[in-house]
Design a protein around this ligand. Structure first.
Ligand SMILES: NC(=O)c1ccc[n+]([C@@H]2O[C@H](COP(=O)([O-])OP(=O)(O)OC[C@H]3O[C@@H](n4cnc5c(N)ncnc54)[C@H](OP(=O)(O)O)[C@@H]3O)[C@@H](O)[C@H]2O)c1
Length: 321
């Protein structure tokens, strides 16, 4: 029977089949491990075979009914189709698809190389569309199941120096709303959307960088596990709460109600709050074109955000900026 409540009280006789993209790192890995603790079948999708196999072993130890690795670049439509078809062939159906895979690139719009900019669009936007296309087709065919798209508060506001990320996250939010309208006819098919704020994951260190210094998550910083629970609640309950923190709501409100004030604050806030100006970074493509297996883990080790802000302020005073 289709089960909609008590995620952590799930038992193996009711094990669900959940396909998770971006499952080798950060929020996606935390979703996989939490689902595994609930005794579900998990299919783990990302580009790095070794990191996925490591995640699969962790899921099996945590109690997964099964953990299967499915290597794919979500930017490639045929690869996404293969992952979903393989999971359906293995389990007969899919209860949920949780789409977390994404990359970030730092730098001014005109400074990020064209290839890097375009690849972020390919992964984050086309990847989300590819996953949605094949997931929704399957969910509609079986007339039940949930697609959870993980967006970002960046899809509700703007921020300097991360244009490709912001553009794609606005797109993911639009995609979620489109799908919600298109799938209203089937009661048991749900399209959910979750927009985290700052989360302590490796995405900031893994991203491409043309800023000259490191990026970091804004406070309040949530744990990947907390976001994973929110995501899996949407698997249980379908469409519902989208923002992970009150700070997200405050940012959205400021962006909408007082745009000029928001714009005036966005630059200084980015410099002081969203970067680590004390850590120099050479221009690099990060994990945009290829997985960085060594960085694949749940937590980013981004440290105390308030201490980082103070360090940035001291550096700014010293530099006379
Ligand atoms: N961390 C935050 O503060 C934060 C805030 C708001 C929203 N989010 C969103 O949360 C989601 C997860 O982010 P995260 O912070 O957990 O990131 P992360 O730790 O960097 O993990 C990203 C995952 O995506 C996979 N991936 C990247 N490119 C891929 C591709 N082309 N095809 C398939 N898999 C790919 C990575 O594995 P491989 O590199 O091995 O492929 C990895 O498993 C993203 O949608 C992000 O935008 C995060």
């Amino acid at each position: 029977m289709w089960r909609r409540s008590g995620y952590l009280t799930s038992v193996n006789s009711q094990a669900r089949t959940i396909l998770i993209t971006g499952a080798s790192s950060g929020i996606g890995r935390a979703v996989a491990l939490t689902a595994a603790e609930g005794g579900d079948h998990v299919t783990l999708v990302a580009r790095n075979d070794a990191a996925l196999k490591h995640t699969a072993r962790l899921c099996e130890s945590a109690g997964a009914a099964s953990a299967t690795v499915s290597v794919a670049d979500v930017g490639a439509d045929d690869a996404v189709a293969r992952c979903i078809n393989d999971a359906v062939a293995r389990h007969g159906h899919l209860d949920a698809v949780v789409h977390c895979a994404a990359v970030i690139a730092y730098g001014r719009t005109e400074d990020i190389p064209t290839g890097v900019f375009d690849r972020v669009l390919q992964t984050n936007l086309h990847g989300s569309i590819n996953v949605a296309r094949h997931a929704v087709r399957q969910l509609r065919q079986q007339r039940r199941g949930t697609l959870v798209l993980v967006g970002s508060v960046a899809g509700h506001i703007t921020s300097p120096q991360i244009s490709p990320y912001v553009i794609t996250k606005w797109g993911v939010r639009a995609l979620a709303r489109q799908l919600q309208i298109e799938n209203r006819d089937l009661d048991e098919v749900d399209i959910a959307y979750v927009a985290p704020g700052g989360v302590d994951t490796p995405i900031y260190a893994q991203g491409a960088n043309y800023l000259g210094f490191a990026g970091r998550p804004p406070p309040p910083i949530a744990s990947p596990e907390r976001v994973a629970h929110m995501v899996l609640k949407r698997v249980d309950k379908g469409r519902g709460r989208t923002q992970t923190t009150l700070a997200n709501q405050a940012m959205r409100l400021g962006f909408t109600l007082v745009p000029r004030v928001f714009d005036a604050l966005a630059g200084p806030m980015f410099r002081m709050v969203l970067t680590d100006r004390t850590t120099a970074v050479e221009p690099n493509t990060g994990n945009v074109f290829e997985s960085q297996g060594s960085e694949e883990r749940v937590h980013g080790g981004n440290g105390n955000p308030w201490a980082a802000i103070v360090k940035n302020m001291v550096a700014a005073v010293k530099d006379g900026r």
